[in-house]
Design a binder for this molecule. Structure first.
Ligand code: FDA
Length: 283
């Protein structure tokens, strides 16, 4: 049942299924970021397995000439097991990405990992030859995000801005949706004007409209940034943005560890539970 439910948001469990989904998205005119689902691994072997899979993904993207980069989570690369292990794995992956002129996005996880994720990204970005090949994610619900955006932009680090998918306490995170949204728009405008290429990850039609109107008014080129959305969510809006000439990247997750990802998608929009259950019952 869970597996059936996950199919709406997850491209499948195998690399082949993922690559087919990525090809289809590219054909519609959107770029892709691929994500092998998994987080908080508890052993060295699991982390090494994730590493091997990401090397395979980079090779396949290159071989098939897909317009795709990769997204990964540090806890999937063993951050909770051994920080040095995670650092070595991600450094190697970054070297691989640089050698084929690709890009690694380090996803942002819950607040216990915020500072470490930013430190990691900065450290990797400063390695000789690696500038521009690695970026990370900021969440507009975090009170610190505006400061983080300024600091990362001063180093030319590419940012994906999202609202944030974890439950965080009020001391560190805005709780009311209007505050999260207002911070999103404020930081998004700052990023667009920063001179570095960033990604605006949201399905919020109102915010997207506001950004488009503002970008046109400010004469910002549509190639100065891109919108990003999750696989299976608001496909109509994804296609409309592509048709209008905006940059669009679809984040495609795949793999067997779909459970936490699916739970976050359902929690964001409880109506999904009914929508998916109805489709399953219909067969
Ligand atoms: P919001 O939740 O306000 O929703 C606005 C509208 O979007 C809804 O009214 C609905 O129409 C649609 N929508 C949103 N979620 C939906 C869903 N699950 N199903 C169906 N419709 C939905 N988070 C994080 O903490 N770290 C990360 O690294 C990332 N990475 C990331 C990459 C990309 C490409 C995206 C798009 C998102 C993320 N996220 C993330 C998740 C993000 O933080 C956030 O939880 C979701 O994108 C939902 O927020 P929205 O901005 O879409 O707005």
């Amino acid at each position: 049942m869970g597996q059936k439910m996950s199919r709406r948001f997850v491209a499948g469990t195998t690399v082949e299924e993922l690559l087919r989904a990525a090809e289809a998205v590219n054909k519609l005119g959107a770029r892709v970021s691929v994500d092998n689902l998994g987080e908080n691994v508890t052993s060295r072997d699991e982390a090494l397995h994730s590493r091997d899979l990401y090397h395979q993904l980079l090779d396949e993207i290159d071989k098939r000439k897909l317009d795709a980069n990769v997204s990964l989570k540090l806890t999937h690369m063993g951050l909770d097991v051994d920080e040095k292990l995670a650092r070595d794995i991600v450094s190697e992956l970054l070297e691989h990405a640089v050698s084929i002129k690709n890009f690694i996005r380090i996803d942002m996880e819950g607040s216990p990992y915020t500072q470490r994720t930013l430190d990691f990204t900065r450290e990797l970005h400063r390695k000789p030859g690696c500038a521009g090949y690695v970026g990370t994610v900021l969440q507009s619900y975090m009170r610190r995000t505006e400061e983080d955006a300024k600091s990362l932009c001063s180093e030319g680090i590419r940012i994906r801005l999202c609202k944030g998918a974890y439950k965080e306490p009020p001391e560190i995170a805005f709780q009311p949706k209007p505050e999260v949204d207002a911070n999103y728009v404020k930081v998004a405008k700052y990023l667009i004007k920063s001179g570095t290429f960033h990604g605006l990850a949201t399905h919020d039609e109102r915010i997207i409209q506001e950004i488009k109107d503002w970008a046109r008014k400010e004469n910002v080129s549509p190639s100065a940034f891109e919108f990003q959305m999750l696989y299976g969510i608001r496909r109509d809006l994804q296609e409309a943005l592509v048709k209008e000439g905006w940059g669009m990247r679809v984040y495609i997750p795949f793999g067997t560890e779909w459970y936490p990802y699916l739970m976050r998608r359902l929690a964001e929009r409880p109506a999904n539970v009914f929508f998916i259950a109805k489709n399953i019952l219909r067969g």
